[in-house]
Design a protein around this ligand. Sequence first.
Ligand SMILES: [Zn+2]
Ligand SMILES: [Zn+2]
Ligand SMILES: [Zn+2]
Length: 277
Amino acid sequence: MKLQILGTAAAEGWPAMFCTCAWCKEARRRGGKNIRTRSGAIIDDQLMIDFSPDAYFHEMKFGLDYTNVHTVLVSHDHEDHLFAADLGNRYPGYGVLDDTVPEALTVYGNDRVGLQINHGTQGFGGPGGPVQFRRVVPFVPTKVEGGYTFTALTALHDRSQQCYLYLVEDAHGKRMLYGHDTGLFVPETMAALRGVRLDLAMLDCTMGAYRDGGNHMGIEDCFEMKARLERNGSIDASTRMVLTHFSHNGHMLHDELEAAARPKGFDVAYDGVIYEI
Ligand SMILES: [Zn+2]
Ligand SMILES: [Zn+2]
Ligand SMILES: [Zn+2]
């Protein structure tokens, strides 16, 4: 499985779009891995997780071709994870698709994601045809094109909607966990992951230097989460542990995150990083 993490910032991006804080100023000064766009990932160039306002930029920047994408798994409808209007570009008149392209792009998510897909594609002919929506059933493995099976796990995040984490397994049995946005994992999700060994796990490190655990996580929460996942039989020494979804309000730039995370066995994601697992 090839996993590319496309964007690694929380909602505002980093530097945040309108911000004079010291951590945005420093990110602008240092540049490089400190420049972070809104969240998303792509597996084997064909299965996307989240479709952020920066998805088009990611397609250009990383030389991707979204006509190969058949499935988008959406974690929740926050604006940094779903920019549904851009999916209208898959409709006739905006995109010209030959018969090498999957007939439909199927978007999975909760009811609120469905509403956003309806709204976003309305002006292009609405959902159905080139963009299909399917409501996720949590904890039920679902097979999709390309030999992948995904399972939506429940997150501890926005209480006004059911937010999901995604466990994705490929045809060779390789497994990755898209583990944000969330606080410390809920018991149902820990139970679903019990004894399920992950090859890679991405965790929510929004709050950086500060603890949270109830909506997002900080780096200390991620260390705690790693210990819990070890005890749960979900990870071992060979699991790639990856921190992502960073906010300027967490007050840790890339180098500071790496210095703290490396000794604890974590990688710190940056935009465009690729993992082969
Ligand atoms: Zn987010
Ligand atoms: Zn800032
Ligand atoms: Zn969110």
